[in-house]
Design a protein around this ligand. Structure first.
Ligand SMILES: [Zn+2]
Length: 173
């Protein structure tokens, strides 16, 4: 059972000719997974009322299309995938809660929404005078055109981060 060479194996399933024609483009992938994961997949498949093989195929398909959809940079890739996975996880949690409820078990507590730090990627602030209306990324205060504000500097392309004077972190010294 434990061949020393492979942790995962892929092979083409042997099928009679007529079935093979029908599933010409499908391949069977055999993958070793730990017993706990198999158990979870079975429970999940049961909860979603679909065969385990369909569930796995959907997960693989969703993951690959999520990767396909997102952009060039690694940050964008990671953001895209985690956003996608987060949404899927929310859907699954609701379905799972329904499944548990049907069996008279209390629904698992939903995890607290992760509040994203708006300054997570910012390494510094550049004081500026705004030429556009903006909002403070931390407190949400409206910043009018002509007002003083601070541009959050990041290494990432993407949305600009403006911060009002009050929300610029102060040194403790
Ligand atoms: Zn602010």
């Amino acid at each position: 059972m434990n061949s020393p060479s492979a942790n995962d194996e892929a092979e083409v399933d042997q099928k009679p000719d007529d079935e093979r024609t029908k599933e010409r483009k499908e391949r069977v992938i055999h993958a070793r997974i730990p017993p706990g994961l198999e158990e979870d997949l079975k429970k999940l498949a049961d909860a979603l009322r679909m065969p385990v093989s369909n569930l796995i195929r959907n997960i693989l398909h969703d993951t690959v299309s999520a990767v396909d959809r997102v952009g060039q940079t690694v940050e964008e890739l990671v953001d895209g995938v985690s956003g996608h996975v987060g949404k899927e996880a929310g859907d699954l949690r609701r379905k799972w809660a329904r499944y548990e409820a049907q069996r008279g078990r209390p629904a698992p507590e939903a995890p607290r929404p992760t509040t994203k730090d708006p300054l997570a990627a910012v390494f510094g602030f550049q004081p500026i005078v705004l030429n556009v209306a903006a909002k403070c990324a931390v407190c949400g205060k409206e910043l009018a055109r002509g007002a003083r504000a601070n541009l959050g500097l990041t290494d990432r392309p993407g949305r600009r981060v403006f911060v009002c004077d009050a929300c610029v972190p102060a040194s403790n010294e």
